[in-house]
Design a protein around this ligand. Structure first.
Ligand SMILES: Cc1cc2nc3c(=O)[nH]c(=O)nc-3n(C[C@H](O)[C@H](O)[C@H](O)COP(=O)(O)OP(=O)(O)OC[C@H]3O[C@@H](n4cnc5c(N)ncnc54)[C@H](O)[C@@H]3O)c2cc1C
Length: 437
């Protein structure tokens, strides 16, 4: 199959639209030579490029991004950088080692990101106040018990919260129970990736709106773009669920499309009706439940849909219908704000694997890849991106060992069987969601 720029569609609805206009880095032209080419300027690719540059100050590193920085999942997510992952489906003692491994990776990623945000003075609203995990209905109450047990077993710092305590902190009486996990940060995702890309070391050159249309194996590898060819000694593939387009992980990852909405800025009186905290982030203990944030600037952001849409963003018409679901979730939580309109809705595509694993490693003599974090890639993608750069440079570390220990991905069938399977998988995700949506 021959790819074209049309295979990398995007839209102008995301967190990037809250930021000031920015001049994109122009695409390359002609034949270029590089020591390293990084494909994808999301969290993984940017972390990899930075680390490669630190380890090889004399090398030339090129980053190719199909869209504008901030238009991929890294700029469209809900902005939670977690330390403790929630493994849905109950605590399994035989999985404790795996839970610890994933949480070590998350924690390493959060630490790297914190240092970068501080050192590079990235203005992304970084707020390290922990994360709320909540339950509003019967199924999530069962998950609440399991998650509390998991946090206790793994000695993860947290505070259980009654419905009254949640209501006074978050301004909603919907939740029947909650756990505040002390670790974890909230941030503006598009501001983060823009900040990371605008502060890349001087031996890194970024090209935006520059999809790699074909990757030719060899020494050097050859990257074919419209109007340009790049000969690179080494390649790091950080293209998330789109790696299949270049012939990697085909049938091991798919895109799940999520959507959410933001209210307009709340007035001081409306904010006062929301409880005592200046900002907060809630993750549902139900897999189909809503992710809800009060952002630092004073908007409520709610994301509560997920579906298989052929790896694509939602069309404006699709988004308009999903907005009714966002609205319902918002008004059930905050009846005191029922008069507050939504200003903005957006969708984003996350990379899913069938068995919830992540990908990390060497795929050819000089091609490495990292990605596929199943909706939890802000801290983990930072760790994977950093570690894949170190691994590709021949290093050995506990973090690399943890990333390499990711379970192999499970095979996905081709379309149309994939569509049917994905439809039922997504339906299962929402089973029993009830009031948590
Ligand atoms: C709505 C939503 C909410 C989420 N919420 C959270 C959250 O709160 N916390 C969390 O941890 N995770 C969350 N996630 C998941 C998280 O966003 C991802 O796991 C993470 O951003 C993945 O980073 P990445 O760099 O690997 O991939 P991406 O951010 O997808 O970056 C890959 C980049 O590669 C580019 N690309 C692809 N193919 C090519 C090519 N051929 N040539 C050049 N460039 C190419 C793409 O344009 C893209 O920019 C969410 C995801 C979505 C969609």
């Amino acid at each position: 199959m021959t790819l074209s720029a049309a295979d990398f569609a995007t839209d102008a609805h995301g967190w990037a639209e809250f930021l000031p206009p920015r001049r994109p880095a122009p695409p390359p032209s002609g034949t270029l030579r590089a020591d390293w080419a990084v494909i994808g300027a999301g969290i993984t690719g940017l972390a990899a490029a930075r680390r490669l540059a630190e380890l090889n100050p004399d090398h030339r590193i090129l980053v190719l991004e199909a869209r504008l920085v901030g238009q991929g999942a890294s700029g469209r997510n809900s902005g939670y950088a977690v330390t403790a992952s929630h493994f849905a489906g109950g605590y399994r003692p035989d999985e404790a080692g795996n839970y610890r491994r994933v949480n070590r990776i998350n924690t390493a990623g959060l630490g790297i990101l914190r240092d970068q945000v501080e050192t590079l003075r990235i203005d992304c609203g970084w707020h390290e106040g922990g994360i709320y995990h909540t339950a509003a209905d019967a199924a999530s109450m069962r998950e609440y018990e399991a998650f509390a047990h998991y946090l206790n077993q793994l000695e993860i710092a947290h505070t259980p919260l009654s419905p009254e305590a949640l209501a006074s902190r978050l301004g909603t009486g919907l939740y029947r129970a909650g756990l505040h996990v002390h670790g974890g940060a909230l941030l503006q995702p598009a501001a983060l990736v823009r900040g990371l890309s605008d502060s890349l070391p001087s031996n890194v050159q970024l090209y935006e709106q520059s999809p790699v249309l074909r990757l030719e194996d060899g020494a050097p590898a050859v990257l074919h773009l419209k109007g340009a060819e790049i000969h690179a000694d080494h390649v790091v593939l950080a293209a998330n669920y789109e790696m299949g387009k270049l012939g990697f992980l085909h049938r091991y990852m798919l895109g799940s499309t999520l959507s959410g909405s933001f209210t307009r800025l709340l007035t001081p009186e409306e904010r006062a009706a929301l409880g005592s905290l200046p900002e907060w982030g809630v993750l549902s203990l139900h897999t189909g439940g809503a992710t809800v944030r009060l952002t630092a600037e004073g908007r409520i952001c709610i994301r509560n849909t997920a579906e298989y849409n052929g790896d694509a963003l939602l069309s404006p018409q699709q988004l308009a219908t999903r907005r009714a679901l966002h609205r319902d979730g918002f008004e059930r939580r905050f009846p005191q704000l029922a008069h507050v309109p939504f200003e903005y809705s957006w969708s984003g595509v996350e990379g899913l694997t069938r068995n919830g694993t992540n990908f990390f490693g060497r795929k050819r003599a000089n091609i490495y890849l990292a990605g596929g974090y199943n909706g939890s890639g802000v801290s983990r993608g930072t760790a994977f991106g950093t570690a894949i750069a170190e691994f590709a440079c021949g290093a050995d570390s506990d973090l690399i060992a943890d990333c390499l220990a990711s379970a192999p991905g499970q095979w996905l069938p081709p379309r149309p069987i994939l569509d049917i399977g994905a439809f039922f998988t997504v339906r299962k995700r929402f089973m029993g969601v009830g009031q948590d949506r």
